[in-house]
Design a protein around this ligand. Sequence first.
Ligand SMILES: Cc1cc2nc3c(=O)[nH]c(=O)nc-3n(C[C@H](O)[C@H](O)[C@H](O)COP(=O)(O)OP(=O)(O)OC[C@H]3O[C@@H](n4cnc5c(N)ncnc54)[C@H](O)[C@@H]3O)c2cc1C
Ligand code: SF4
Length: 514
Amino acid sequence: MIVEGFRATEPLSLRTHTVVVGSGAGGAVVAALLAEAGVDVIVLEEGGRFTAADFTQRDDEMLPALYREHGLQTTRDGLVTVLQGSCFGGSTVINMADCEPTPPEVYAHWKRLVGEIGLDEKTLAGSQARVMAALEVNPIRDEQVNANNAAVVRGAAALGLSHGHFLNNRVACRGSGYCLIGCAYDAKKGAHLNYLPRADAAGAVLYTDARAERLERDGDQIVGVVGSLVTRGSREARFPFRIEAERVVVAGGAVHSPALLAVSGLSRGLPDLGRNVTLQPQLPVTAVFREPGSIRAWRGIPQASYCSAGDRNSAERGLGGFRLEAVSGGLSQVAVGVPGFGVAHKEAMARLDRTASALLLVPDAPSGTMTWSERAGRGVAARIDYRMRPEWLARLRRGMRQAAEIYFAAGAESVGFASESFPRFAGPRDLDRIDAFEVRTGATRFLSAHVQGTCRMSADPRLGVVDPTHRVHGLRNLYVVDASVFPTSASTHTMIPIMTVADRAAHAMLETRR
Ligand SMILES: Cc1cc2nc3c(=O)[nH]c(=O)nc-3n(C[C@H](O)[C@H](O)[C@H](O)COP(=O)(O)OP(=O)(O)OC[C@H]3O[C@@H](n4cnc5c(N)ncnc54)[C@H](O)[C@@H]3O)c2cc1C
Ligand code: SF4
């Protein structure tokens, strides 16, 4: 049963076996698998539920409806916009549908860093296969690749660099280009179309517009979850709820899972809570071509192809290096990303139908901390303090140089980055200027779609927040199952990596019960 909390007319008091907080990549998998095994499950999702008919393909309506903080959540210095979905299905509803497993080198790196946590390719093979099947993962075919993505492939091929198309969870995609604001054709198989309906069919009760605000503790266990049924849109508290439970699984994402633990007074004995923030920041890149109408990046599958040649494996950071990924959003999102003001911005927008765009993804070592403040009746606001390390900045510049080389090899006239102060490269002779690229708030813009790491996993409570079964150290029935448990960046797209560990976590919970 799916209950829309914003329609409630009175407070709620319930009892169940397992409460799952959050309905995104982690929460949806756990809820479905537990419910299918006969466990009484209640899912709490702060955001609203939207179906294909509700996705209007308008940025001004969909960004506030589907994104955390309307898509405007940033690091404290404003340098990185930290994007997260917040709706029934979480970020899987608004993501780019790229389906990439965690690289084996990353698992090996995690073991070196935090000790044995049972995460490796072999152990997770079954979980990964189940997740890929549930999401109907399939390869993007050549004929589905639009001119924007083809430019990266062409340039990489000309330089002999490794490149390819992503796997994706689109089926019967019409190439509308609106993936980032919800698929109006149900072609993108997010959790709202598979795991959550499965949980529903198996008897779970799924509340939308229901924000968990505090966990009640009694000794070494959590006895209840309290929170508010909220208004749709502004998310103001309307009616309180309290749910008694035998087990609580927190899956609110890497910003709000640690927040719930922290505001519930559980930080003591968990020194790593809210630390080890990784963002995998991405720098927008644009390349202008000669022929008007030759690109039109906003139509077709927005993100299909990549070049991943740049200094690949760094032993210290799992998969280091960088990856250039062609991508476009809707026009208003692109307009925000295009540098320049006034006339200069207008001219750049007029060139859009011959402008290729991409993101340069640079995996990072854990480099930040989070703290939270409560906003009366409106949940928490996160403060994300993030520092770009010198090694990361050096790798960023190497990646920028290679991105420019790829686009010039593909025939671009100029290449630029999301910077108000750094002039575009007019040709390969300009590449040596790269050392002068400055990263400064107000001048440079980065995006993050992969925030991770704030409830790191380790068997050692001094090194992590959850143990290898996802159980919070010191509490016998509280689990965290989402992007926050990764010891460092998964160094790739995170949906499949999260769902894979969530499948494993749910099976382990069922095993314990038996
Ligand atoms: C724009 C964008 C594009 C992306 N593209 C890709 C891609 O192409 N491929 C890929 O693999 N990954 C992609 N990702 C990343 C991937 O989708 C996420 O990493 C993944 O979904 C995160 O899973 P999660 O379970 O940690 O949290 P989420 O999926 O974000 O779900 C968390 C849910 O919990 C809810 N919640 C939080 N706190 C509370 C609370 N207190 N009470 C109730 N509910 C709460 C939130 O509202 C949210 O719906 C993208 C992400 C973004 C933002
Ligand atoms: S491009 Fe395909 S998956 Fe994306 S919104 Fe359009 S139809 Fe849906």
